[in-house]
Design a protein around this ligand. Sequence first.
Ligand SMILES: Nc1ncnc2c1ncn2[C@@H]1O[C@H](COP(=O)(O)OP(=O)(O)OP(=O)(O)O)[C@@H](O)[C@H]1O
Length: 609
Amino acid sequence: MDSKTPVKTKIHDSSNKVRVVLRVRPFLPREISDVQPCVSSVIDDGGDRDDASEVAVHIKDPLSCRKECYELDALFHDEDEEKVSKQIFDKEVNPLIIEGIFKGINATVLAFGATGSGKTFTMQGTDELPGLMPLAMSTVLSICDKTASRVEVSYYEVYMDRCWDLLQVKPNEVAILDDKNGLVHLKGLSSIPLNSMSQFQEVYSCAVQRRKVAHTGLNDVSSRSHGVLVISVTSQGGVTGKINLIDLAGNEDNRRTGNEGIRLQESAKINQSLFALSNVVYALNNNLPRVPYRESKLTRILQDSLGGTSRALMVACLNPGEYQESLRTVSLAARSRHISNIVSMNPKVETPKVKVDMEAKLQAWMESKGKTKSSHRMMAIRSPLMGTNQSSISQSSVKKLGVHRSSVAKNALTGKEQRNAFVSARNLFGGETSDASHLWEPIQNLHLASPTKEDERETSGEENMLFSEASMRDNQLEVEKNYTELSPLREALSPIDANAMTPKAPLLSGNAKNLQMSGTCQKFNAWSTNLKTSLINEYIHFLNTANREELMELKGIGEKMAEYIIELRETSPVKSLADLEKIGFTSRQVHNLFKRATEGILAASTTTP
Ligand SMILES: Nc1ncnc2c1ncn2[C@@H]1O[C@H](COP(=O)(O)OP(=O)(O)OP(=O)(O)O)[C@@H](O)[C@H]1O
Protein backbone atom coordinates (compact mmCIF):
# COMPACT_ATOMS: atom_id res chain seq x y z
CA MET A 1 0.00 0.00 0.00
CA ASP A 2 1.17 3.53 -0.79
CA SER A 3 2.70 4.92 2.39
CA LYS A 4 0.90 8.22 1.85
CA THR A 5 -2.52 6.62 1.65
CA PRO A 6 -4.30 7.26 4.92
CA VAL A 7 -5.18 3.99 6.59
CA LYS A 8 -8.21 4.00 8.80
CA THR A 9 -8.35 1.67 11.72
CA LYS A 10 -11.30 1.30 14.01
CA ILE A 11 -10.37 0.85 17.61
CA HIS A 12 -13.02 -0.91 19.63
CA ASP A 13 -13.07 -0.45 23.34
CA SER A 14 -12.44 -3.77 25.01
CA SER A 15 -15.56 -3.41 27.12
CA ASN A 16 -18.27 -2.57 24.64
CA LYS A 17 -20.91 -0.75 26.58
CA VAL A 18 -23.76 -2.02 24.48
CA ARG A 19 -23.12 -5.20 22.55
CA VAL A 20 -25.04 -5.35 19.31
CA VAL A 21 -25.83 -8.68 17.69
CA LEU A 22 -28.00 -9.65 14.76
CA ARG A 23 -30.64 -12.33 14.41
CA VAL A 24 -32.10 -13.16 11.01
CA ARG A 25 -35.38 -15.01 11.12
CA PRO A 26 -36.26 -17.56 8.44
CA PHE A 27 -38.88 -16.93 5.76
CA LEU A 28 -42.31 -17.86 7.03
CA PRO A 29 -44.44 -20.35 5.08
CA ARG A 30 -46.80 -17.56 3.98
CA GLU A 31 -43.97 -15.46 2.58
CA ILE A 32 -43.17 -15.82 -1.08
CA SER A 33 -40.69 -18.61 -1.42
CA ASP A 34 -38.73 -17.27 -4.41
CA VAL A 35 -37.73 -14.02 -2.66
CA GLN A 36 -33.96 -13.81 -2.27
CA PRO A 37 -32.74 -13.11 1.26
CA CYS A 38 -31.26 -9.63 1.48
CA VAL A 39 -28.77 -10.62 4.18
CA SER A 40 -26.19 -12.23 1.98
CA SER A 41 -23.48 -12.62 4.56
CA VAL A 42 -25.46 -15.30 6.29
CA ILE A 43 -24.87 -17.44 3.25
CA ASP A 44 -21.61 -16.05 1.80
CA ASP A 45 -19.60 -15.32 4.87
CA GLY A 46 -21.20 -17.51 7.46
CA GLY A 47 -20.50 -15.14 10.30
CA ASP A 48 -18.22 -17.13 12.51
CA ARG A 49 -20.10 -17.27 15.77
CA ASP A 50 -17.14 -18.70 17.57
CA ASP A 51 -15.17 -15.56 16.84
CA ALA A 52 -16.22 -13.27 19.65
CA SER A 53 -14.79 -10.12 18.08
CA GLU A 54 -17.10 -9.03 15.27
CA VAL A 55 -18.86 -10.06 12.10
CA ALA A 56 -19.37 -8.43 8.72
CA VAL A 57 -22.94 -8.40 7.53
CA HIS A 58 -23.84 -7.73 3.91
CA ILE A 59 -27.22 -6.29 3.11
CA LYS A 60 -28.04 -6.60 -0.56
CA ASP A 61 -30.85 -5.06 -2.53
CA PRO A 62 -32.18 -7.93 -4.66
CA LEU A 63 -33.42 -5.45 -7.29
CA SER A 64 -30.46 -3.14 -7.77
CA CYS A 65 -27.81 -5.54 -6.40
CA ARG A 66 -26.47 -2.66 -4.30
CA LYS A 67 -24.63 -4.19 -1.37
CA GLU A 68 -23.64 -2.62 1.90
CA CYS A 69 -21.45 -4.04 4.59
CA TYR A 70 -21.76 -3.40 8.33
CA GLU A 71 -19.80 -4.67 11.27
CA LEU A 72 -21.62 -6.00 14.29
CA ASP A 73 -20.58 -7.97 17.35
CA ALA A 74 -22.13 -11.26 16.29
CA LEU A 75 -24.60 -12.80 13.88
CA PHE A 76 -27.08 -15.52 14.82
CA HIS A 77 -28.64 -17.60 12.12
CA ASP A 78 -28.97 -21.33 11.94
CA GLU A 79 -30.60 -23.83 9.68
CA ASP A 80 -31.99 -25.25 12.86
CA GLU A 81 -34.15 -22.37 14.10
CA GLU A 82 -34.84 -24.17 17.34
CA LYS A 83 -31.30 -23.53 18.46
CA VAL A 84 -31.05 -19.82 17.85
CA SER A 85 -32.67 -18.27 20.93
CA LYS A 86 -30.76 -20.74 23.10
CA GLN A 87 -27.51 -19.86 21.30
CA ILE A 88 -28.06 -16.15 21.92
CA PHE A 89 -28.82 -16.88 25.54
CA ASP A 90 -25.82 -19.17 26.06
CA LYS A 91 -23.31 -16.97 24.26
CA GLU A 92 -24.50 -13.46 25.02
CA VAL A 93 -26.87 -13.34 27.97
CA ASN A 94 -25.83 -16.02 30.39
CA PRO A 95 -22.09 -15.45 30.75
CA LEU A 96 -22.05 -11.67 30.81
CA ILE A 97 -25.40 -10.57 32.07
CA ILE A 98 -26.96 -13.17 34.37
CA GLU A 99 -23.80 -13.62 36.40
CA GLY A 100 -23.47 -9.85 36.70
CA ILE A 101 -26.86 -9.23 38.29
CA PHE A 102 -25.91 -11.47 41.20
CA LYS A 103 -22.93 -9.17 41.74
CA GLY A 104 -25.16 -6.09 41.71
CA ILE A 105 -24.57 -5.14 38.07
CA ASN A 106 -27.81 -4.09 36.39
CA ALA A 107 -28.41 -5.11 32.80
CA THR A 108 -30.67 -4.57 29.82
CA VAL A 109 -31.40 -6.86 26.90
CA LEU A 110 -33.44 -5.39 24.08
CA ALA A 111 -34.80 -6.83 20.88
CA PHE A 112 -35.31 -4.23 18.20
CA GLY A 113 -36.12 -4.21 14.52
CA ALA A 114 -38.94 -3.60 12.11
CA THR A 115 -42.41 -4.90 12.71
CA GLY A 116 -42.65 -8.62 12.00
CA SER A 117 -38.91 -9.18 12.23
CA GLY A 118 -39.09 -11.61 15.15
CA LYS A 119 -38.57 -9.52 18.29
CA THR A 120 -41.40 -11.12 20.28
CA PHE A 121 -40.31 -14.51 19.02
CA THR A 122 -36.80 -13.78 20.30
CA MET A 123 -37.77 -12.40 23.70
CA GLN A 124 -40.90 -14.34 24.48
CA GLY A 125 -40.67 -17.37 22.22
CA THR A 126 -43.26 -20.11 22.18
CA ASP A 127 -44.04 -23.02 24.49
CA GLU A 128 -41.78 -25.25 22.41
CA LEU A 129 -39.08 -22.67 21.71
CA PRO A 130 -38.69 -20.45 24.75
CA GLY A 131 -37.26 -17.00 24.18
CA LEU A 132 -34.75 -14.99 26.18
CA MET A 133 -37.27 -14.00 28.88
CA PRO A 134 -38.17 -17.55 30.05
CA LEU A 135 -34.60 -18.73 29.49
CA ALA A 136 -33.27 -15.96 31.71
CA MET A 137 -35.91 -16.64 34.33
CA SER A 138 -35.15 -20.34 34.60
CA THR A 139 -31.40 -19.72 34.89
CA VAL A 140 -31.90 -17.04 37.53
CA LEU A 141 -34.19 -19.36 39.50
CA SER A 142 -31.66 -22.16 39.47
CA ILE A 143 -28.86 -19.80 40.65
CA CYS A 144 -31.17 -18.51 43.39
CA ASP A 145 -31.75 -22.10 44.47
CA LYS A 146 -28.04 -22.70 44.80
CA THR A 147 -27.16 -19.39 46.44
CA ALA A 148 -30.26 -18.86 48.57
CA SER A 149 -30.92 -15.59 46.79
CA ARG A 150 -34.40 -14.12 46.32
CA VAL A 151 -36.03 -13.20 43.03
CA GLU A 152 -38.95 -10.96 42.11
CA VAL A 153 -40.45 -10.04 38.79
CA SER A 154 -42.31 -7.05 37.43
CA TYR A 155 -43.74 -6.69 33.98
CA TYR A 156 -44.91 -3.44 32.46
CA GLU A 157 -45.48 -1.86 29.10
CA VAL A 158 -44.70 1.57 27.78
CA TYR A 159 -47.61 2.46 25.55
CA MET A 160 -47.93 5.88 23.91
CA ASP A 161 -45.19 7.10 26.24
CA ARG A 162 -47.07 5.99 29.35
CA CYS A 163 -46.10 3.19 31.66
CA TRP A 164 -48.68 0.54 32.68
CA ASP A 165 -48.38 -2.39 35.07
CA LEU A 166 -49.09 -5.70 33.36
CA LEU A 167 -49.04 -7.91 36.45
CA GLN A 168 -52.06 -6.17 37.94
CA VAL A 169 -54.67 -4.10 36.19
CA LYS A 170 -54.58 -0.64 37.73
CA PRO A 171 -56.50 2.52 36.90
CA ASN A 172 -53.44 4.74 37.08
CA GLU A 173 -50.23 4.66 35.15
CA VAL A 174 -46.95 3.89 36.87
CA ALA A 175 -45.12 7.03 37.97
CA ILE A 176 -41.41 7.38 37.26
CA LEU A 177 -39.33 8.94 39.99
CA ASP A 178 -35.59 9.23 40.13
CA ASP A 179 -33.72 9.77 43.37
CA LYS A 180 -30.64 11.86 44.04
CA ASN A 181 -28.42 8.84 43.39
CA GLY A 182 -29.75 8.49 39.87
CA LEU A 183 -31.79 5.40 40.72
CA VAL A 184 -35.14 5.09 39.02
CA HIS A 185 -38.24 4.17 41.05
CA LEU A 186 -41.43 3.05 39.40
CA LYS A 187 -44.12 4.06 41.87
CA GLY A 188 -47.14 1.80 41.80
CA LEU A 189 -45.48 -1.05 39.91
CA SER A 190 -46.19 -4.52 41.31
CA SER A 191 -43.43 -6.92 42.04
CA ILE A 192 -44.07 -10.63 42.63
CA PRO A 193 -41.65 -12.96 44.44
CA LEU A 194 -41.18 -16.29 42.66
CA ASN A 195 -39.80 -19.71 43.51
CA SER A 196 -40.45 -21.81 40.44
CA MET A 197 -40.90 -21.73 36.69
CA SER A 198 -44.49 -22.83 36.99
CA GLN A 199 -45.25 -19.75 39.12
CA PHE A 200 -43.47 -17.63 36.55
CA GLN A 201 -45.42 -19.16 33.64
CA GLU A 202 -48.66 -18.37 35.40
CA VAL A 203 -48.00 -14.68 36.05
CA TYR A 204 -46.13 -14.20 32.80
CA SER A 205 -48.80 -15.63 30.49
CA CYS A 206 -51.43 -13.47 32.19
CA ALA A 207 -49.28 -10.38 31.77
CA VAL A 208 -48.48 -11.15 28.13
CA GLN A 209 -52.18 -11.30 27.36
CA ARG A 210 -52.65 -7.85 28.82
CA ARG A 211 -50.06 -6.34 26.55
CA LYS A 212 -51.40 -4.19 23.76
CA VAL A 213 -51.22 -5.90 20.41
CA ALA A 214 -53.14 -5.26 17.24
CA HIS A 215 -53.49 -6.42 13.70
CA THR A 216 -51.57 -4.24 11.27
CA GLY A 217 -50.93 -4.49 7.56
CA LEU A 218 -47.60 -6.20 8.29
CA ASN A 219 -48.15 -8.35 11.37
CA ASP A 220 -51.33 -10.05 12.56
CA VAL A 221 -50.26 -9.66 16.17
CA SER A 222 -48.16 -6.55 16.24
CA SER A 223 -46.92 -5.28 19.61
CA ARG A 224 -48.08 -1.70 20.04
CA SER A 225 -46.05 -1.13 23.18
CA HIS A 226 -42.59 -1.82 24.56
CA GLY A 227 -42.90 -4.78 26.93
CA VAL A 228 -40.41 -4.83 29.82
CA LEU A 229 -39.88 -7.84 32.07
CA VAL A 230 -37.78 -6.97 35.12
CA ILE A 231 -36.11 -9.77 37.05
CA SER A 232 -34.65 -8.47 40.32
CA VAL A 233 -32.43 -10.56 42.59
CA THR A 234 -31.28 -10.02 46.15
CA SER A 235 -28.41 -12.16 47.35
CA GLN A 236 -28.06 -13.42 50.90
CA GLY A 237 -25.56 -10.66 51.56
CA GLY A 238 -28.09 -8.04 50.47
CA VAL A 239 -26.58 -7.30 47.04
CA THR A 240 -29.31 -6.41 44.57
CA GLY A 241 -29.25 -6.43 40.81
CA LYS A 242 -31.82 -6.47 38.04
CA ILE A 243 -32.16 -7.29 34.40
CA ASN A 244 -34.63 -5.58 32.05
CA LEU A 245 -35.66 -7.81 29.18
CA ILE A 246 -37.38 -5.68 26.60
CA ASP A 247 -39.47 -6.62 23.62
CA LEU A 248 -39.56 -3.30 21.82
CA ALA A 249 -42.42 -2.36 19.57
CA GLY A 250 -41.31 -2.46 15.95
CA ASN A 251 -40.51 0.66 14.04
CA GLU A 252 -42.98 1.08 11.26
CA ASP A 253 -43.06 2.41 7.76
CA ASN A 254 -46.59 3.72 7.59
CA ARG A 255 -46.68 3.61 3.83
CA ARG A 256 -46.56 -0.13 4.17
CA THR A 257 -48.64 -0.70 7.29
CA GLY A 258 -51.46 1.45 5.95
CA ASN A 259 -51.89 2.66 9.54
CA GLU A 260 -54.49 5.30 10.21
CA GLY A 261 -56.04 6.99 13.23
CA ILE A 262 -54.98 5.46 16.54
CA ARG A 263 -52.60 3.01 14.81
CA LEU A 264 -50.85 5.95 13.18
CA GLN A 265 -50.61 7.79 16.49
CA GLU A 266 -49.22 4.67 18.16
CA SER A 267 -46.77 4.31 15.36
CA ALA A 268 -45.59 7.90 15.73
CA LYS A 269 -44.97 7.34 19.44
CA ILE A 270 -43.23 4.03 18.77
CA ASN A 271 -40.90 5.56 16.19
CA GLN A 272 -40.28 8.56 18.44
CA SER A 273 -39.27 6.46 21.43
CA LEU A 274 -37.12 4.13 19.33
CA PHE A 275 -35.33 7.14 17.97
CA ALA A 276 -34.75 8.43 21.50
CA LEU A 277 -33.42 5.03 22.50
CA SER A 278 -31.03 4.90 19.57
CA ASN A 279 -29.76 8.34 20.54
CA VAL A 280 -29.07 7.16 24.08
CA VAL A 281 -27.19 4.09 22.87
CA TYR A 282 -25.27 6.19 20.37
CA ALA A 283 -24.32 8.71 23.05
CA LEU A 284 -23.23 5.96 25.44
CA ASN A 285 -21.21 4.08 22.91
CA ASN A 286 -19.48 7.14 21.62
CA ASN A 287 -18.72 8.65 25.02
CA LEU A 288 -20.71 11.77 24.34
CA PRO A 289 -20.78 14.15 27.30
CA ARG A 290 -24.57 14.22 27.44
CA VAL A 291 -26.76 11.12 27.24
CA PRO A 292 -30.30 12.19 26.29
CA TYR A 293 -32.18 9.89 28.70
CA ARG A 294 -34.97 12.36 29.28
CA GLU A 295 -36.21 12.39 25.70
CA SER A 296 -38.65 9.54 26.21
CA LYS A 297 -40.32 7.65 28.99
CA LEU A 298 -38.58 4.42 28.06
CA THR A 299 -35.09 5.90 28.15
CA ARG A 300 -35.87 7.65 31.45
CA ILE A 301 -36.90 4.33 32.98
CA LEU A 302 -33.78 2.61 31.71
CA GLN A 303 -31.45 5.28 33.04
CA ASP A 304 -30.06 3.06 35.83
CA SER A 305 -29.71 -0.03 33.64
CA LEU A 306 -28.29 1.38 30.43
CA GLY A 307 -24.92 3.04 30.62
CA GLY A 308 -22.71 3.58 33.63
CA THR A 309 -21.58 0.23 35.01
CA SER A 310 -24.58 -1.61 33.58
CA ARG A 311 -24.33 -4.19 30.86
CA ALA A 312 -26.46 -4.21 27.78
CA LEU A 313 -27.19 -6.28 24.74
CA MET A 314 -29.16 -5.24 21.69
CA VAL A 315 -30.50 -7.99 19.47
CA ALA A 316 -31.27 -6.52 16.07
CA CYS A 317 -33.91 -8.67 14.37
CA LEU A 318 -34.25 -8.97 10.61
CA ASN A 319 -36.85 -10.29 8.22
CA PRO A 320 -34.64 -11.47 5.31
CA GLY A 321 -37.28 -10.57 2.73
CA GLU A 322 -37.38 -6.87 3.61
CA TYR A 323 -34.40 -5.06 2.17
CA GLN A 324 -35.26 -1.47 3.15
CA GLU A 325 -36.16 -2.35 6.71
CA SER A 326 -33.18 -4.63 7.13
CA LEU A 327 -30.89 -1.91 5.90
CA ARG A 328 -32.41 0.53 8.31
CA THR A 329 -32.17 -1.84 11.26
CA VAL A 330 -28.62 -2.92 10.53
CA SER A 331 -27.36 0.60 9.91
CA LEU A 332 -28.93 1.69 13.18
CA ALA A 333 -27.42 -1.31 14.92
CA ALA A 334 -23.99 -0.62 13.47
CA ARG A 335 -24.26 3.03 14.41
CA SER A 336 -25.05 1.99 17.96
CA ARG A 337 -21.92 -0.08 18.40
CA HIS A 338 -19.12 1.28 20.43
CA ILE A 339 -16.34 2.64 18.28
CA SER A 340 -14.11 4.56 20.60
CA ASN A 341 -12.04 6.24 17.97
CA ILE A 342 -11.19 6.34 14.31
CA VAL A 343 -7.54 7.15 13.72
CA SER A 344 -5.31 7.56 10.76
CA MET A 345 -2.24 5.33 11.05
CA ASN A 346 -0.24 7.68 8.84
CA PRO A 347 1.25 10.90 10.13
CA LYS A 348 -0.81 13.97 9.39
CA VAL A 349 0.51 16.48 6.90
CA GLU A 350 0.80 19.52 9.16
CA THR A 351 -0.84 22.60 7.81
CA PRO A 352 0.02 26.07 9.10
CA LYS A 353 -2.10 27.34 11.97
CA VAL A 354 -3.84 30.08 10.04
CA LYS A 355 -7.42 30.71 9.14
CA VAL A 356 -7.91 30.31 5.43
CA ASP A 357 -10.01 32.95 3.79
CA MET A 358 -11.78 30.40 1.64
CA GLU A 359 -14.33 32.64 0.05
CA ALA A 360 -11.67 35.09 -1.14
CA LYS A 361 -9.77 32.22 -2.73
CA LEU A 362 -12.91 30.83 -4.30
CA GLN A 363 -13.84 34.26 -5.59
CA ALA A 364 -10.41 34.74 -7.11
CA TRP A 365 -10.56 31.30 -8.67
CA MET A 366 -14.03 31.84 -10.04
CA GLU A 367 -13.14 35.26 -11.42
CA SER A 368 -10.09 33.80 -13.09
CA LYS A 369 -12.39 31.29 -14.76
CA GLY A 370 -14.95 33.95 -15.63
CA LYS A 371 -17.49 32.29 -13.35
CA THR A 372 -18.34 35.13 -11.04
CA LYS A 373 -21.95 35.26 -12.10
CA SER A 374 -22.62 31.63 -11.34
CA SER A 375 -20.66 31.91 -8.13
CA HIS A 376 -23.09 34.60 -7.04
CA ARG A 377 -25.88 32.26 -7.88
CA MET A 378 -24.40 29.55 -5.73
CA MET A 379 -24.12 31.96 -2.86
CA ALA A 380 -27.86 32.32 -2.94
CA ILE A 381 -27.88 29.26 -0.71
CA ARG A 382 -27.78 31.54 2.21
CA SER A 383 -29.65 32.29 5.35
CA PRO A 384 -32.66 34.53 5.15
CA LEU A 385 -31.14 36.06 8.25
CA MET A 386 -28.70 37.86 6.02
CA GLY A 387 -31.54 40.17 5.13
CA THR A 388 -32.63 41.80 1.94
CA ASN A 389 -30.23 44.65 2.29
CA GLN A 390 -26.86 43.32 1.35
CA SER A 391 -24.98 46.22 2.79
CA SER A 392 -26.62 45.80 6.18
CA ILE A 393 -24.07 43.23 7.29
CA SER A 394 -20.48 43.97 6.50
CA GLN A 395 -17.91 41.31 5.91
CA SER A 396 -16.23 42.02 9.21
CA SER A 397 -19.43 41.75 11.16
CA VAL A 398 -20.15 38.43 9.51
CA LYS A 399 -16.73 37.15 10.52
CA LYS A 400 -17.54 37.79 14.16
CA LEU A 401 -20.71 35.75 14.06
CA GLY A 402 -19.34 32.65 15.69
CA VAL A 403 -18.31 34.68 18.75
CA HIS A 404 -20.97 37.36 19.13
CA ARG A 405 -24.34 35.77 18.85
CA SER A 406 -26.14 38.69 20.41
CA SER A 407 -24.98 41.02 17.68
CA VAL A 408 -26.38 38.59 15.17
CA ALA A 409 -29.70 38.62 16.92
CA LYS A 410 -29.88 42.41 16.56
CA ASN A 411 -29.45 42.14 12.82
CA ALA A 412 -31.84 39.25 12.51
CA LEU A 413 -35.01 39.41 10.51
CA THR A 414 -38.21 38.63 12.31
CA GLY A 415 -39.24 34.98 12.45
CA LYS A 416 -41.87 35.63 9.80
CA GLU A 417 -39.40 37.34 7.49
CA GLN A 418 -37.00 34.43 7.87
CA ARG A 419 -39.65 31.90 7.06
CA ASN A 420 -40.87 33.82 4.06
CA ALA A 421 -37.35 34.09 2.82
CA PHE A 422 -36.79 30.36 3.19
CA VAL A 423 -39.99 29.53 1.34
CA SER A 424 -39.02 32.01 -1.38
CA ALA A 425 -35.58 30.48 -1.56
CA ARG A 426 -37.06 27.03 -1.69
CA ASN A 427 -39.39 28.03 -4.48
CA LEU A 428 -36.58 29.71 -6.28
CA PHE A 429 -34.47 26.58 -6.04
CA GLY A 430 -37.43 24.61 -7.27
CA GLY A 431 -37.88 27.10 -10.11
CA GLU A 432 -41.34 28.11 -8.99
CA THR A 433 -40.79 31.76 -8.15
CA SER A 434 -38.67 34.30 -9.91
CA ASP A 435 -38.76 37.25 -7.55
CA ALA A 436 -36.37 36.07 -4.85
CA SER A 437 -33.34 37.73 -6.38
CA HIS A 438 -32.74 39.59 -3.13
CA LEU A 439 -31.50 36.30 -1.78
CA TRP A 440 -28.46 36.25 -4.02
CA GLU A 441 -25.53 37.44 -2.06
CA PRO A 442 -22.00 38.29 -3.17
CA ILE A 443 -19.47 35.64 -2.38
CA GLN A 444 -17.53 37.85 0.03
CA ASN A 445 -20.23 37.44 2.65
CA LEU A 446 -19.82 33.70 2.82
CA HIS A 447 -17.47 32.26 5.41
CA LEU A 448 -17.19 28.61 6.13
CA ALA A 449 -17.21 26.75 9.41
CA SER A 450 -14.66 24.11 10.30
CA PRO A 451 -15.90 20.69 9.40
CA THR A 452 -17.46 18.85 12.31
CA LYS A 453 -16.32 15.33 13.22
CA GLU A 454 -19.39 13.99 11.49
CA ASP A 455 -18.55 16.00 8.41
CA GLU A 456 -15.05 14.59 8.35
CA ARG A 457 -16.42 11.10 8.49
CA GLU A 458 -18.79 11.78 5.65
CA THR A 459 -16.21 13.35 3.41
CA SER A 460 -13.84 10.49 4.07
CA GLY A 461 -15.81 8.54 1.55
CA GLU A 462 -17.77 6.30 3.92
CA GLU A 463 -20.94 7.94 2.73
CA ASN A 464 -20.94 9.78 -0.52
CA MET A 465 -24.56 10.45 -1.25
CA LEU A 466 -24.92 14.20 -1.40
CA PHE A 467 -27.56 14.40 1.29
CA SER A 468 -27.17 11.12 3.09
CA GLU A 469 -29.69 9.73 5.52
CA ALA A 470 -26.86 9.17 7.97
CA SER A 471 -25.76 12.78 7.87
CA MET A 472 -29.28 13.91 8.54
CA ARG A 473 -29.28 11.79 11.65
CA ASP A 474 -25.78 12.64 12.74
CA ASN A 475 -26.44 16.35 12.56
CA GLN A 476 -28.94 16.01 15.35
CA LEU A 477 -26.73 16.70 18.31
CA GLU A 478 -25.28 19.82 16.74
CA VAL A 479 -28.68 21.07 15.78
CA GLU A 480 -30.00 20.38 19.24
CA LYS A 481 -27.57 22.92 20.61
CA ASN A 482 -28.32 25.73 18.26
CA TYR A 483 -31.67 25.43 16.58
CA THR A 484 -33.35 27.89 18.89
CA GLU A 485 -30.64 30.47 18.91
CA LEU A 486 -30.18 31.60 15.39
CA SER A 487 -30.55 30.56 11.83
CA PRO A 488 -28.38 27.48 11.25
CA LEU A 489 -26.87 28.67 8.01
CA ARG A 490 -25.71 31.76 9.82
CA GLU A 491 -23.93 29.44 12.27
CA ALA A 492 -21.93 28.00 9.41
CA LEU A 493 -20.62 31.35 8.38
CA SER A 494 -17.36 31.48 10.30
CA PRO A 495 -13.79 31.20 9.09
CA ILE A 496 -12.41 27.81 8.27
CA ASP A 497 -9.49 26.45 10.24
CA ALA A 498 -7.04 24.81 7.91
CA ASN A 499 -5.88 22.53 10.71
CA ALA A 500 -9.31 21.06 10.98
CA MET A 501 -8.91 19.52 7.56
CA THR A 502 -6.99 16.33 8.11
CA PRO A 503 -5.86 14.45 5.01
CA LYS A 504 -8.52 12.15 3.72
CA ALA A 505 -9.56 10.56 0.48
CA PRO A 506 -10.97 13.35 -1.67
CA LEU A 507 -14.48 12.86 -2.92
CA LEU A 508 -13.85 14.39 -6.27
CA SER A 509 -10.27 13.57 -7.14
CA GLY A 510 -8.95 10.16 -8.03
CA ASN A 511 -5.31 11.33 -7.88
CA ALA A 512 -4.34 11.20 -4.22
CA LYS A 513 -0.66 11.79 -4.94
CA ASN A 514 -1.13 15.21 -6.30
CA LEU A 515 -0.96 17.14 -3.07
CA GLN A 516 -1.89 20.48 -4.51
CA MET A 517 -4.86 19.02 -6.26
CA SER A 518 -5.89 17.07 -3.20
CA GLY A 519 -5.61 20.23 -1.08
CA THR A 520 -7.97 22.00 -3.42
CA CYS A 521 -10.31 19.05 -3.31
CA GLN A 522 -10.22 18.98 0.46
CA LYS A 523 -11.19 22.60 0.60
CA PHE A 524 -13.92 22.04 -1.90
CA ASN A 525 -15.11 18.99 0.02
CA ALA A 526 -15.09 20.91 3.28
CA TRP A 527 -16.98 23.72 1.59
CA SER A 528 -19.56 21.33 0.15
CA THR A 529 -19.97 19.57 3.45
CA ASN A 530 -20.58 22.81 5.28
CA LEU A 531 -23.03 23.87 2.69
CA LYS A 532 -24.85 20.57 3.05
CA THR A 533 -24.88 20.80 6.84
CA SER A 534 -26.09 24.36 6.66
CA LEU A 535 -28.90 23.49 4.30
CA ILE A 536 -30.06 20.68 6.53
CA ASN A 537 -29.96 22.96 9.54
CA GLU A 538 -31.80 25.67 7.66
CA TYR A 539 -34.48 23.24 6.64
CA ILE A 540 -34.90 22.03 10.23
CA HIS A 541 -35.06 25.61 11.43
CA PHE A 542 -37.82 26.22 8.95
CA LEU A 543 -39.72 23.11 10.08
CA ASN A 544 -39.57 24.41 13.65
CA THR A 545 -40.77 27.91 12.92
CA ALA A 546 -43.04 27.84 9.89
CA ASN A 547 -46.80 27.93 10.25
CA ARG A 548 -49.12 25.36 8.70
CA GLU A 549 -49.54 27.17 5.37
CA GLU A 550 -45.84 27.82 5.05
CA LEU A 551 -45.04 24.18 5.72
CA MET A 552 -47.50 23.14 3.04
CA GLU A 553 -45.61 25.21 0.54
CA LEU A 554 -42.74 22.76 0.84
CA LYS A 555 -42.72 20.08 -1.79
CA GLY A 556 -43.99 16.79 -0.40
CA ILE A 557 -45.74 18.21 2.67
CA GLY A 558 -49.51 18.11 2.59
CA GLU A 559 -52.08 19.41 5.05
CA LYS A 560 -52.02 16.36 7.33
CA MET A 561 -48.27 16.17 7.43
CA ALA A 562 -48.00 19.89 8.19
CA GLU A 563 -50.31 19.34 11.16
CA TYR A 564 -48.29 16.35 12.34
CA ILE A 565 -45.10 18.41 12.15
CA ILE A 566 -46.66 21.15 14.25
CA GLU A 567 -47.89 18.55 16.75
CA LEU A 568 -44.50 16.89 16.85
CA ARG A 569 -42.57 20.08 17.51
CA GLU A 570 -44.96 21.06 20.28
CA THR A 571 -43.86 17.96 22.19
CA SER A 572 -40.26 18.18 21.19
CA PRO A 573 -38.80 20.50 18.55
CA VAL A 574 -37.45 18.92 15.39
CA LYS A 575 -33.74 18.42 15.93
CA SER A 576 -32.85 16.37 12.93
CA LEU A 577 -34.51 15.40 9.71
CA ALA A 578 -34.72 11.88 11.07
CA ASP A 579 -37.19 13.23 13.64
CA LEU A 580 -39.71 13.30 10.81
CA GLU A 581 -39.75 9.52 11.05
CA LYS A 582 -41.56 9.95 14.34
CA ILE A 583 -44.60 11.10 12.43
CA GLY A 584 -44.57 8.27 9.98
CA PHE A 585 -42.11 9.25 7.24
CA THR A 586 -39.63 6.56 6.27
CA SER A 587 -35.99 7.54 6.20
CA ARG A 588 -36.09 7.37 2.40
CA GLN A 589 -39.10 9.68 2.28
CA VAL A 590 -37.30 12.13 4.54
CA HIS A 591 -34.28 11.90 2.31
CA ASN A 592 -36.39 12.54 -0.78
CA LEU A 593 -38.31 15.35 0.85
CA PHE A 594 -35.15 17.20 1.66
CA LYS A 595 -33.58 16.36 -1.66
CA ARG A 596 -36.55 17.72 -3.56
CA ALA A 597 -36.47 20.93 -1.57
CA THR A 598 -32.83 21.50 -2.38
CA GLU A 599 -32.11 19.89 -5.71
CA GLY A 600 -33.02 23.05 -7.59
CA ILE A 601 -29.94 24.64 -6.09
CA LEU A 602 -27.68 22.35 -8.01
CA ALA A 603 -29.69 22.69 -11.18
CA ALA A 604 -29.49 26.48 -10.91
CA SER A 605 -25.76 26.53 -10.27
CA THR A 606 -24.89 24.18 -13.10
CA THR A 607 -27.12 25.66 -15.79
CA THR A 608 -26.18 29.29 -15.27
CA PRO A 609 -23.30 30.37 -17.52
N1 LIG B 1 -37.07 -17.28 14.24
C1 LIG B 1 -38.33 -17.50 13.88
N2 LIG B 1 -38.71 -18.72 13.48
C2 LIG B 1 -39.98 -18.95 13.10
N3 LIG B 1 -40.93 -18.00 13.07
C3 LIG B 1 -40.62 -16.78 13.45
C4 LIG B 1 -39.29 -16.46 13.87
N4 LIG B 1 -39.25 -15.16 14.17
C5 LIG B 1 -40.48 -14.69 13.97
N5 LIG B 1 -41.30 -15.66 13.54
C6 LIG B 1 -42.72 -15.48 13.19
O1 LIG B 1 -42.82 -14.25 12.45
C7 LIG B 1 -43.99 -13.54 12.82
C8 LIG B 1 -43.61 -12.15 13.32
O2 LIG B 1 -42.78 -12.32 14.45
P1 LIG B 1 -42.91 -11.41 15.76
O3 LIG B 1 -44.34 -11.21 16.15
O4 LIG B 1 -41.98 -11.96 16.75
O5 LIG B 1 -42.37 -10.05 15.16
P2 LIG B 1 -42.15 -8.69 15.93
O6 LIG B 1 -40.84 -8.19 15.44
O7 LIG B 1 -42.30 -8.87 17.38
O8 LIG B 1 -43.31 -7.80 15.34
P3 LIG B 1 -44.04 -6.49 15.98
O9 LIG B 1 -43.02 -5.44 16.15
O10 LIG B 1 -45.06 -6.12 14.96
O11 LIG B 1 -44.64 -6.93 17.27
C9 LIG B 1 -44.68 -14.38 13.88
O12 LIG B 1 -45.66 -15.16 13.21
C10 LIG B 1 -43.59 -15.28 14.41
O13 LIG B 1 -44.08 -16.49 14.90
